[in-house]
Write a protein that binds this ligand. Structure first.
Ligand SMILES: *[C@@H]1O[C@H](CO)[C@@H](O)[C@H](O)[C@H]1NC(C)=O
Ligand SMILES: *[C@@H]1O[C@H](CO)[C@@H](O)[C@H](O)[C@H]1NC(C)=O
Ligand SMILES: *[C@@H]1O[C@H](CO)[C@@H](O)[C@H](O)[C@H]1NC(C)=O
Ligand SMILES: *[C@@H]1O[C@H](CO)[C@@H](O)[C@H](O)[C@H]1NC(C)=O
Length: 436
């Protein structure tokens, strides 16, 4: 049993606390906000940021953003769905025989906007839009990659108990029996993002620089969560090792130069996998995470942390559920809990925190053999302090780099700063692995 007055007090603390931690930015000059809702600002910036690598067009996103009501998930979703449909129907005026480029651009943007429409919807697992929007984003994306100079190739890789959907993007068109072996970047997203998104984050940037790319998803990630009904697992090497095995079967891959790139929570997944999969030559953690559970727990106010550490599951779940029942619950909290429960396939915040407790590099960093690029974002709202801990534990295997807010690259995952992020990452990769 729990006492409802202490619950109300805890709830009040939770709301106040979240209002405090969600205030982004510590530079002398702050970025122009895209919404008064910090979470919406971040997500709109993320969509806008993909413009540099073919995933959106700036003014149509800004125009749509102007109509989104802060804190209203339906408003966010329906705005991006309308933009997705409008962008998708713009292809009707394109002659495919003449303008494959415009066709490709339209399908990439439509796909990105369908994903944006899905982003805040995971609170109700039965919502048919969760699968409908995903089918649409996938169809648009697949058409778009078929229109790349070298079309992306969908592959399904067998793992122990599941299938890994992956997409291979080659630098060179298929040619003869002895193609050039290229360094290859294995790219994974995190807590909420798709492999499709990663083409715009780093994939096209890698191809331009002579790297092949393979993007993939494992349990908990969008397509596997939907099609195979699997939540996140801790043993991420079970996902990465089959991908590496697959790359060893290809004649266009230089298996002595395999980079493993993890984005957001995917940075932890990649670093974890590298402790067990030693055929990886370099790891890129955008940004570095040492202990997932500790950093999620630290985002809760102390009374809730205490409920967790004293194993009071019912009370912790009740406090969080009560906070979410309020229409004024901060977007960041609502989204983080809803997305976490959906992607981990759990129905209790306590069980979620309990599961993420396993996700630490403690005792594993000694086993990592590859050099690791540990990125850090000056104003990270999710994993502040984690890159420093990872760097510390990895010692001389780590190269630490802090992205600064005054350069506009201080947000979580350097969202909106794709050019800066790729400049820094590929300069490190070239230094570590070379690229001939
Ligand atoms: C903001 O930056 C200053 C100077 O680097 C630092 O002293 C201060 O603690 C920072 N504040 C927050 C809230 O991070
Ligand atoms: C949220 O937005 C939707 C779609 O724009 C609108 O129909 C609904 O009334 C809004 N909800 C609230 C509580 O304002
Ligand atoms: C929550 O999940 C557990 C484990 O999957 C299941 O046994 C339980 O019935 C679920 N509870 C509710 C309320 O859905
Ligand atoms: C907490 O995690 C342990 C394994 O680490 C598991 O045995 C236990 O069932 C989990 N408890 C809950 C409530 O999820």
């Amino acid at each position: 049993m729990y006492c409802s007055s202490s619950l109300v007090a805890t709830f009040g603390i939770l709301m106040g606390y979240l209002a405090l931690v969600s205030g982004a930015g510590n530079g002398t000059v702050e970025m122009v906000p895209l919404s008064s809702d910090d979470s919406f600002h971040f997500e709109i910036l993320r969509i806008l940021g993909h413009a540099r690598y073919g995933g959106s067009d700036i003014a149509e996103v800004l125009t749509a953003a102007g109509g989104i009501e802060p804190g209203n998930f339906t408003s966010f979703s329906s705005t991006f769905l309308a933009l997705a449909e409008r962008t998708h129907s713009s292809v009707d005026s394109i002659n495919p025989a003449q303008d494959r480029i415009s066709l490709r651009d339209a399908f990439f943007s439509a796909s990105n906007y369908y994903r944006a429409a899905d982003f805040y919807l995971h609170g109700s697992w039965a919502d048919p839009l969760i699968n409908d929007l995903w089918a649409k984003q996938a169809a648009s994306f697949q058409t778009a990659i078929s229109l790349l100079p070298v079309p992306g190739q969908l592959v399904s890789i067998k793992a122990d108990g599941f299938e890994i959907p992956a997409i291979f993007y080659a630098v060179d068109p298929p040619r003869g029996r002895s193609p050039k072996r290229r360094p290859t970047l294995i790219v994974g997203n995190g807590y909420d993002g798709s492999q499709e998104e990663m083409l715009h984050v780093v994939g096209l940037a890698a191809l331009e620089r002579g790297w092949n790319v393979i993007t993939y998803e494992g349990p908990g990630q969008p397509t596997v969560r939907r099609n195979q009904n699997l939540g996140f697992i801790t043993e991420w090497e079970k996902v990465v090792t089959p991908v590496v095995d697959y790359l060893h079967t290809r004649r266009d891959v230089d298996t002595d130069r395999l980079g493993l790139y993890g984005y957001s929570f995917g940075a932890w997944l990649a670093t974890r996998a590298a402790a067990f999969e030693h055929r990886i030559s370099a790891v890129v953690a955008i940004d570095g995470i040492y202990d997932v559970g500790a950093s999620f727990l630290a985002q809760l106010p102390h009374p809730l942390q205490d409920l967790f550490s004293s194993s009071r599951q019912q009370e912790l779940d009740a406090a969080i559920n009560q906070a979410l029942a309020s229409p004024h619950a901060p977007t960041q909290l609502r989204w983080a809990v809803e997305q976490g429960l959906w992607s981990f396939k759990l129905n209790s915040s306590y069980a979620f925190l309990n599961k993420t407790k396993e996700m630490t590099m403690e005792g594993l960093t000694e086993r990592v053999t590859a050099p690791v690029f540990v990125g850090a974002a000056e104003d990270d709202i999710f994993f502040k302090g984690q890159p420093e801990q990872l760097k510390e534990a990895l010692g001389s295997k780590a190269t630490f780099y802090e992205f600064k807010s005054e350069d506009g690259s201080g947000s979580h995952c350097q969202v909106g700063a794709a050019v800066t992020l790729n400049r820094v990452v590929f300069s490190w990769l070239d230094e570590v692995l070379g690229n001939k």
